[in-house]
Design a binder for this molecule. Structure first.
Ligand code: PMP
Length: 364
């Protein structure tokens, strides 16, 4: 279709899986275990459920276009000014919004070789040039990213922890990097998985925003807060950046349900702690399995583990699927020998481990 802009024409469609119910019907399997999208295995908390129920009555009205209550809660919790916050329909929305607000077809955007799929997507959709920098030990090579900056560079995407590798950059490494990036280059620090990192190791990224007006930080309610289906995310930045993004965004880019759910989830420390604890235990379960079976894996700080299963990764993925377990092939992220497995409940992880044991035994 010649009418579309060149960037969009060259895009590969996002590879979303089929609905689980459809897969179950096709494969004749019931209760597929989904360990494919880094979702929270705990499900919705009863507090969020009750709040959603209470919100239903008001759904004939438009949502609060400025997300007043959610922004106030975020500002209070993280010692921010509400003018620093941009809300989004999931953090994907704010990642797209920042690109749309600041990048044009003349610019270059830098990200890692194994970067989250949305970075190349939003870059190419604008018609800008994406510069994928080779990774170091599967993680971001910050020196190489600095070296890739040219006069045309407008933005750098960094996910910490990174998806799909789970690699993690220390506070010192990021601080040194921030000090070296020119002021006219925006740094997008995507902290979708930040709650899984201990407080001691978590970067003071919201404070850095005061020091570096070219730094923006995105977070999501989809992972540790368990609201992936509701779509709630946000970005913290210098107020001047938030002002521009808020001008460019759709007025109702969070709906009444997602706003209310996020407000309640933000206060629910018990749920958050449980999410982190279940994740830590599940991670250990999968790591133990890998070590016992000599399977290399990329040490992960997220809610998933990317395992090097070898050249038969595609075949193993299919066999797992037929055993009723869906994981994520990551060949599209230049990791053709790996599979990414989201951490589930203990029994879900165990089902994956048992299925893998059988598959490995049959492959040998
Ligand atoms: N950033 C990273 C690194 C992610 O892995 C994801 C989700 N997979 C997102 C952002 C987007 O999450 P959401 O749009 O659900 O907030």
């Amino acid at each position: 279709m010649q009418l579309a802009n060149v960037g969009v024409r060259n895009l590969q469609p996002y590879q979303a899986g089929k609905p689980i119910e459809e897969l179950e019907r096709e494969l004749g399997i019931r209760d597929i275990i989904k360990l494919a999208s880094n979702e929270n295995p705990l499900g919705l908390s009863s507090k969020v459920r009750a709040a959603l129920q209470d919100t239903l009555a008001g759904l004939a009205r438009y949502p609060d276009a400025n997300g007043f209550y959610l922004k106030s809660k975020l500002a209070k919790k993280f010692a921010l000014d509400t003018a620093q916050i941009t809300l989004g329909n999931g953090s994907n929305d704010v990642l797209e919004l920042i690109a749309r607000t600041f990048v044009n077809a003349e610019h270059e955007v830098i990200y890692s070789q194994h970067a989250f799929v949305v970075y190349p997507l939003v870059t190419q959709a604008i018609g800008a040039k994406g510069v994928a920098v080779p990774a170091r030990d599967y993680g971001h090579d910050l020196d190489a990213m600095l070296a890739a900056i040219t006069a045309k560079t407008r933005m750098i995407f960094i996910a910490n922890p990174n998806n799909p590798t789970g690699t993690f950059l220390t506070t010192e490494a990021i601080a040194a990097f921030l000090a070296k990036v020119p002021e006219n280059v925006l740094i997008v620090l995507d902290e979708a998985y930040s709650e899984y990192v201990s407080e001691a190791e978590r970067a003071p990224s919201f404070r850095w925003v005061q020091q570096y007006p070219n730094l923006v930080v995105s977070r999501t309610f989809s992972k540790a807060y368990g609201l992936a289906g509701l779509r709630a995310g946000y970005m913290v930045s210098h107020p001047a950046i938030a002002d521009l993004m808020n001008r460019a965004r759709q007025p109702f880019n969070m709906n009444s349900l997602s706003l209310r759910a996020a407000e309640v989830a933000l206060d629910d420390d018990d749920y958050l702690q449980q999410s982190v604890a279940v994740n830590e235990a599940g991670m250990q379960q999968l790591v133990n399995f890998c070590e016992q079976h000599g399977l290399p894996y990329i040490p992960s700080r997220g809610n998933f583990l990317t395992i090097e299963v070898g050249e038969n990764a595609g075949e193993i993925y299919q066999q797992l699927l037929h055993a009723g377990i869906i994981v994520r092939p990551v060949a599209g992220y230049e990791l053709p020998r790996h599979l990414r497995v989201s951490i589930g409940l203990p029994e879900e992880n165990e089902a994956f481990i048992q299925a893998m044991k059988e598959i490995i035994a049959n492959l040998c």
